[in-house]
Design a binder for this molecule. Sequence first.
Ligand code: BES
Ligand code: ZN
Length: 393
Amino acid sequence: MMKKWILLTLIIPTLAFAEKKWITIGKDAIPAIRELLNISYENIDSADDIELIEVNDKDLELISHLMHHKFKRCGGYIFHDTKSEALETLHSTERRSIAKNFKFKGYEVTDDERIHQILTQVSEKRIRETITKLSSYHNRHYQSKTGVEALNWIKQKWSGLTAHRSDVKVEAIDHKKWKQNSIILTIEGSENPEEIIVIGGHGDSIGSGFWNRKKSKAPGADDNASGIATITEIIKVLMDNSFSPKKTIKFMAYSAEEVGLKGSAEIAKKMRNEKRDVIGVVQFDMTNYKGDDFNIYLINDHTNSEQNEFMAQLIDTYVKVPWGYSKCGYACSDHASWTSNGYPASFPFEATFDGANKKIHSERDTIEHSRGTAEHAVNFAKLGLAFAMEMQI
Ligand code: BES
Ligand code: ZN
């Protein structure tokens, strides 16, 4: 009885102050929302295969749940706080599909002996240790205390690796609307600092459950401690070789990816508003679960096909492992934030979309589930290093 009253006092004010929110979502997901959820929503606009709908704030959790569990991530969706932001995203996606693939400049793969030598220094053990550390947090949820701490740990780790370098800075990006920061490490280019290469992945994780995901356990060893550990190893090896690039390189650990690419969306949008010349973006999200005999799959939707071909050449020349192409079918990770802001992006992935780690977003996403080693991720650290160095010419 008592409980009922507590519930009512919680629910009544929520209903009274129900706010509107906007979602851009794959058209194919609309029937599921209509049929499975008993909620009201309004169609506002559409472009290509994306629909913009207006919903009540209180239904967001329900929609999120549907997308993750029932719909098995087959229709990308992004939340927007304002209608104008939603409209902008919708139509920039449309513009992108018109101007598709004309952005990547094209670089030469030089088959450089020094690069080959540097790649031999990638350490499985160091990657494994970073994965183990990051997956020891209860979760890295964008609104939990441990989620804030985990991203601060990344900042500290990256600062420690680069403290001796006056051309490197590590910053925490304050997202204002939530507590977990994104982290950006910048190596300032010595000749063309205005040209920027971005290598990123998300630092947050998310667990299972319906309500209160901020409390559920989410080690996120593969999704995405593996990507952050891959990036951390790239930084370490560049530092060990006193590498100073001609062009600027930015390494990013994004906050709040798991709740709709929020951190990367803000960062990529700011870069575009400031008219920054981002010449290539690589996303590392899930690098340590081997799905089949091929080691790397290049995701070929929401990415730049010319840059993907360049990545493929880098794999053949430097990593020398079998690779293929695969598709997410929706805006499945932060590369999509860059693509929708007009920048060329690639997403080298651990497996095919269907063959990927099935334990993500649960307490079973541990390193043990990736055979207790970081061998698979080594390939991605090599690819990231080759990319950072070959884009310099
Ligand atoms: N790492 C996943 C994306 C992923 C999962 C790619 C499986 C390929 C195979 C990412 O962290 C994620 O969970 N993305 C969300 C979408 C996002 C817009 C909230 C997803 O896929 O549900
Ligand atoms: Zn995820």
